[in-house]
Design a protein around this ligand. Structure first.
Ligand code: PHE
Length: 340
């Protein structure tokens, strides 16, 4: 019996507690009403007379050791508990919070919208799925125009009159049909072309259409508006207009902005010329205006179409258009607008 108590005393040295719950279990086992100490004390009566003295002494040692163990552990555990609450240094800088970033295409689109809003342009939207008339006929595409062919356009198989719009010029038509001049609109949106996906082209991309219809709108107004735009977007009004062709504008032009040749990258992205093509534009063909029920003798206007991916690739020097659609956060988190 005495050896048993001595074993318990030794065992005490190896016990440790992780929590106040564990300590409470210990208290019940050793100090509780039906605990070990109570049992050993009640057995005192059964101990032969000659052993009583040693038994009593050992049992008292055990009792003191248990109490000491309990008291000390209680103090250190509750200290730890308090430490947990105030563990962090409250003056330390906080954990970084991951703030979302705008998609580079949204940044560029919003910048373009802001610039044109300043001179009175409003937003106008149209559907991604269009009929042949809004996408082609009303815009003066001849019946046999190559843009209508299968390789360029996604047709709905069961109804060849329905297409995924190939450009945002459809919104020019929709807006002119239901609004009176003066009209100043900007139409950002998604467009679709039946093209092989590569680093340079994608079957889905974004355009921003601009349309201004009023009395006496001239080509000079178009040029001034574009110069204002490039000055705000790129910091330079040095632009050139190259003659081009679109069925719905006459005359038509491609717009280049002078980017300069200050670095290796400038040479690369402008192919050594310093000039960058940024959009197509022109004076709205009178036939398009009258197709929409507006008097083409009274009103004239200009239109332009900006490729958003193209602009973003130039501004951020992105070499592969596919990166815009992969949604890799390492790519997406890098962008903010800067005008170089
Ligand atoms: N819709 C033309 C395109 O997709 C761009 C354009 C718009 C050209 C408006 C002239 C005027 O290429």
């Amino acid at each position: 019996m005495i050896d048993k108590i001595k074993n318990h005393i030794n065992e005490l040295k190896t016990i440790s507690f992780q929590s106040l719950e564990e300590l409470e279990e210990f208290r019940i086992k050793f100090l509780g009403k039906k605990g070990l100490l109570t049992i050993f004390f009640s057995e005192f009566r059964e101990i032969p007379q000659e052993q009583k003295k040693e038994y009593g002494k050992t049992l008292n040692e055990f009792k003191l050791a248990v109490k000491e163990k309990y008291d000390k552990s209680k103090i250190s555990l509750s200290k730890n508990d308090k430490k947990n609450i105030f563990q962090d240094d409250l003056s330390k800088p906080g954990q970084p919070i991951n703030v979302g970033a705008h998609h580079p295409l949204s940044i560029v689109r919003d910048k373009v919208i802001d610039i044109f809003k300043m001179i009175g342009f409003e937003l106008s939207h149209g559907p991604d799925i269009e009929d042949d008339w809004h996408n082609f006929s009303a815009l003066n595409f001849p019946e046999d125009h190559p843009a209508r062919e299968m390789q360029d356009t996604f047709f709905i198989e069961t109804n060849p009159d329905i297409v995924l719009r190939t450009h945002t010029s459809t919104v020019q038509i929709r807006h002119m049909q239901s609004n009176e001049p003066p009209i100043r609109i900007l139409s950002p949106g998604r467009v679709f072309r039946n093209e092989a996906v590569s680093a340079r082209s994608h079957c889905v991309f974004h355009q921003i259409e601009g349309l201004y219809i009023n009395k006496n709108v001239s080509f000079a107004d178009l040029k001034q508006t574009l110069a204002y735009f490039t000055k705000s977007m790129f910091g330079t009004a040095k632009i050139r207009l190259r003659p081009s062709y679109f069925p719905f504008t006459e005359p038509s032009a491609e717009v280049d902005v002078y980017w300069g040749l200050n670095s290796e990258t400038d040479y690369r992205i402008t192919k050594g010329t310093g000039w960058l093509e940024i959009m197509g534009c022109g004076m709205v063909d009178p036939k398009v205006i009258s197709n929409c029920g507006i008097d083409a003798d009274e009103f004239t206007g200009f239109a332009f179409g900006i490729g958003v991916e193209r602009l973003a690739m130039l501004l951020y020097q992105i070499e592969d258009i596919r990166m815009f659609y992969e949604n890799d956060v390492r790519f997406l988190s890098q962008f903010k607008f800067s005008d170089r």
